[in-house]
Design a protein around this ligand. Structure first.
Ligand code: ARG
Ligand code: ZN
Length: 881
């Protein structure tokens, strides 16, 4: 069944308070819920039935205002329980009490209440609460929760829920109980319960108004020494939100629990965040620099949700981007402040292009605020999250930092304690700034990435530069016609050597002329005439990636190489290098097609060499600039993509760069081998990342000076970043050192599940021709299991999404393997199954042979019965478009 935004109607009944009584048992957990309900004055009227969601729950008892109802008096389906309005006619307040029983140990979908190893935990967003008890499970019903948990103190000495602990004790039979009370009204998706034998690490934080908040991180025993970085990131997040947004934490206790089995990254449950352990646990010999950065960003993300998501929540699930886009924007700002802002920006754009652009350009395209869904879990997408963040970033640029802050202040003031909509957010931004944002709002409803093409002409006599820009957006599924977007274009004009030129538009006063400014595009085309331009400029457009568009610059090779050498905007400097890298890859693919030997491009290599040599540049930036566009990026640029040809071109281009820059790369590799105390901070991580990029390039050379670098590094490494970089390199190689390293790694880390995931994924992403065979063998490894999402993502996901050459083997065996696994997983964990499927989403972009093979697998999946609605919906959309 399709749910539509247009069909929203307010709930007929609200819940003021809910008292939950949960008696834990792996197979028979008793859940009693007493709801204090009130007729909604804002409801349409008429529909005064009390409708409670409840998925697959047995109804053991039901009382309305204390009177037990018989089955004949109500309607119950596998999804809902309805108390007819006639039974409560004339009453404005009723109490509804239900009793049900659930089996956490049998819950393999990891939604609702389930067991992760021996620890009870919950995941309620979006529709998990209805698998725990009967309840109006929709985000516009906000209630105060009181939760009593009863359990065996030997098995669950720790029993947690939202808010503050208000009581505990022991029953005559020896069982323990605790009671929690959360004073902040919240929707059911923010409910959480955790119970198990967990270790506790404690700290505290003093808020800006001087309140003391206890901070607690709960982990499996033995992992206490891996929580320090997460705790520190939490304290920095709390301080940052006070300083940047004036947002203070509101309870006396903030808890985080790390669990091993979790479908996604983490969850912002009020006062009790639950995390995939991968995004909490870190120490230098088990976590890479990327892991540290993700921990910092996700800790911040979930913490920031306390205001953007919890205090102000979403009216319905179509508004998901209201909390997610804004919260991603806030976590990106936080990481940019903690680290290098330009490097963070490049990384974020790289991720957007890798994950969101393909979505927007393919069969799964949907607006940032979708209008219809079958399974909402399928819309926790890069479009909702990452493009949603880009929309906030554009507002930030259009309104200025101060204006944006005025807008968020007004938004919080107005909607605190409420369930809001995208319209509410835009209205707050517009009113706080006296701006009309009605055209801007189109970004939320129109899918697809706009293409902006630019063309400039210089008139040396008149000293004018005329810049013409046009925007168009291609049709996307369900949206054939597109309208122009309101977008900020931050730009500059530079001379050949990068000198910033003054930007005075025709008609403007002479005087304090800026060299970097934001122009607003609203129409299909615009002409900007700059005056007083004393030399032929090179335009540097959409600096900092000021709008999520595809830009056709109209620039040639020579201009791109000049921007790579000298654009004062670091993002566009990187961008120019990527553009030229793409141009080179396409050229090499063209040469291969007509069987010409690969040509060289010494100027490009020199340009990259100059970046490498530039003392003023951040090593992390150099590392990004030296990396060539990915195979996935090239698939987006061509028709009839041939993964083998793309792979061959990338290898050739990288080998050319490596041999041209062998000496400086080796020198950098030696110079950066800073042994000493490991720090996960951005500066040290940047040096390691540049050194490991050098290792990657040098290992492509069949050269005695480089051959042993990876094996030597693997042996010498004292941190997981360097270990993994070496292991990944070795895993691609044909050398006995490869098997030795994999075996040594396994031996050392076989009892460490998070590190073992890395061992699986590094083999899944190897470009050796036997990769699929290895992956298949690994599915039979005793340590492999389809029950743990992290392991599935590491091996199956690593292969399908992280191995662009072997997953796309021309015999289709990779596709068949993925489809088999999706179908297998669909029986136990549909959410994870559906998250693997988009690996096939670009099927139409491939050459006819692969296209047919991919399509056949999608059809096989779609024809399977029974199928979860998660997988059904994705397969349908992939095939329909
Ligand atoms: N709200 C969580 C976050 O962004 C994501 C939860 C997604 N879970 C799900 N089952 N769809 O941090
Ligand atoms: Zn989120």
């Amino acid at each position: 069944r399709t749910i539509r935004l247009a069909e929203y109607s307010p709930p007929a009944w609200l819940v003021d308070e809910v008292a939950l009584d949960i008696v834990l048992h792996p197979d028979r957990t008793r859940v009693t819920a007493r709801l204090s309900m009130r007729r909604n004055p804002a409801a349409a009227g008429g529909a005064d039935d009390i409708v409670l969601d409840g998925r697959g729950l047995p109804l053991l008892a039901l009382k309305v205002d204390g009177r037990a109802l018989s089955p004949g008096e109500i309607t119950k389906t596998d999804e809902t329980l309805t108390v007819p309005g006639g039974l409560v006619a004339g009453r404005d307040r009723v109490s509804v009490e239900t009793e049900t029983e659930i089996a956490p140990a049998a819950n393999t979908a990891l939604e609702g209440l389930y067991l992760s190893k021996t620890c009870y935990c919950t995941q309620c967003e979006a529709h998990g609460f209805r698998k725990i008890t009967f309840y109006p499970d929709r985000p516009d019903v906000l209630a105060v929760f009181r939760t009593r948990i009863t359990g065996d103190p030997a098995k669950t000495p720790v029993m947690l829920s939202n808010g503050n602990k208000v009581g505990e004790g022991t029953l005559p039979d020896g069982r323990a109980w605790v009671e929690w009370h959360d004073p902040f009204p919240k929707p059911a998706y923010l409910f959480a319960l955790v119970a198990g034998d967990l270790a506790l690490v404690e700290d505290s934080f003093t808020t800006m108004s001087g309140r003391e908040v206890a901070l607690q991180i709960y982990v499996e025993h033995g992992n206490e020494d891996r929580t320090a970085y997460a705790m520190d990131a939490l304290k920095r997040s709390m301080r940052w939100d006070e300083e940047a947004y004036g947002r203070e934490y509101d309870l006396d206790l903030f808890m985080i629990v790390a669990v091993s089995d979790f479908n996604m990254g983490a969850m912002e449950n009020k006062g009790l965040n639950i995390f995939n352990a991968k995004y909490i646990l870190a120490k230098p010999d088990t976590a890479t620099d990327l892991d540290y950065a993700l921990i910092e960003g996700i800790i911040a993300h979930e913490y920031f949700h306390n205001w953007t998501g919890n205090r102000v929540t979403c009216r319905d699930w179509f508004q998901l981007c209201l909390k997610e886009g804004l919260t991603v924007f806030r976590d990106q700002q936080f990481s940019a402040d903690m680290r290098s802002a330009p490097v963070k920006r490049i990384e974020d754009v790289r991720a957007l292009r890798a994950r969101q652009f393909p979505e927007d350009a393919g069969p799964l395209a949907h607006p940032v605020r979708p209008e219809a869904y079958i399974e909402i879990n399928n819309f926790y997408t890069a479009t909702v999250y990452e493009k949603g963040s880009e929309l906030c970033r554009m507002l930030h640029l259009l309104l200025g930092a101060e204006g944006f802050r005025k807008g968020t202040d007004l938004y919080f003031d107005r909607h605190d304690g409420e369930a809001a909509t995208v319209e509410d957010f835009i209205a707050a931004m517009a009113e706080a700034n006296g701006r009309d944002l009605s055209q801007f709002a189109r970004w939320y409803s129109q899918a697809g990435t706009p293409v902006v093409s630019a063309a400039g002409t210089y008139d040396a006599d008149a000293r004018t530069y005329t810049l013409d820009v046009r925007q168009t957006t291609r049709p996307t599924p369900g949206q054939p016609a597109k309208s122009p977007m309101h977008m900020p274009m931050r730009m500059g004009l530079v001379g050949e050597d990068g000198t910033p030129l003054p930007l005075r538009l025709q008609g403007e006063e002479q005087g304090d002329t800026p060299t970097d400014r934001v122009l607003e595009l609203t129409g299909e085309s615009h002409r900007f005439v700059f005056e007083g331009v004393d030399r032929r400029p090179i335009p540097s457009l959409f600096r900092g990636f000021s709008a999520p568009v595809r830009l056709e610059t109209g620039l040639g090779e020579a201009e791109d190489l000049k921007l790579l050498a000298a654009d004062p905007d670091p993002f566009n400097r990187w961008e120019a290098g990527q553009r030229h890298g793409r141009r080179r890859l396409l050229a090499l693919m063209g040469e291969a097609l007509v069987q010409k030997p690969f040509s060289g491009d010494p100027d490009f290599c020199e340009g990259l060499g100059a970046v490498l040599a530039d003392e003023a540049l951040d090593p992390a930036f150099k590392a990004l600039a030296l990396q060539m566009p990915t195979a996935h990026a090239i698939v987006q640029e061509v028709t009839d993509a041939d993964p083998d040809a793309i792979f061959a071109a990338r290898q050739a281009l990288q080998a050319e760069i490596a041999s041209h820059l062998k000496a400086p790369l080796l020198a950098a590799y030696e110079r950066l081998s800073g042994a000493g105390d490991y720090s996960p901070d951005a500066a040290d991580a940047g040096r390691r990342s540049l050194r490991n990029v050098a290792l990657h390039y040098l290992s492509l050379l069949d050269d005695p000076d480089c051959r042993d670098l990876a094996a030597d590094q693997f042996r010498a490494a004292d941190n997981m970043t360097d270990t993994m970089a070496a292991l990944a390199t070795l895993t691609n190689m044909e050398t006995p050192a490869r098997e030795e390293a994999l075996a040594a790694f396994y031996d050392r880390f076989k009892d460490d599940e998070l590190v073992l995931d890395k061992w699986f994924s590094v083999q899944a992403t190897s470009w050796r021709p036997d990769a699929l065979q290895q992956v298949q063998t690994l599915t039979g490894h005793p340590a492999f299991t389809m029950r743990v999402p992290n392991r599935v993502y590491a091996l199956i996901g690593g292969f399908a999404s992280g191995n662009p050459v072997r997953f796309h083997g021309s015999d289709g065996a990779g596709y068949r393997f993925l489809a088999d696994r999706v179908l297998m997983l669909d029986k136990t964990n549909p959410m994870v199954a559906a998250r693997l499927l988009p690996a096939l989403s670009a099927w139409k972009r491939y050459e006819p042979g692969r296209r047919a093979l991919m399509k056949a697998e999608l059809e096989r999946i779609a024809a399977t019965e029974p199928l979860s609605k998660d997988v059904y919906e994705i397969a349908q959309r992939l095939l329909a478009a």
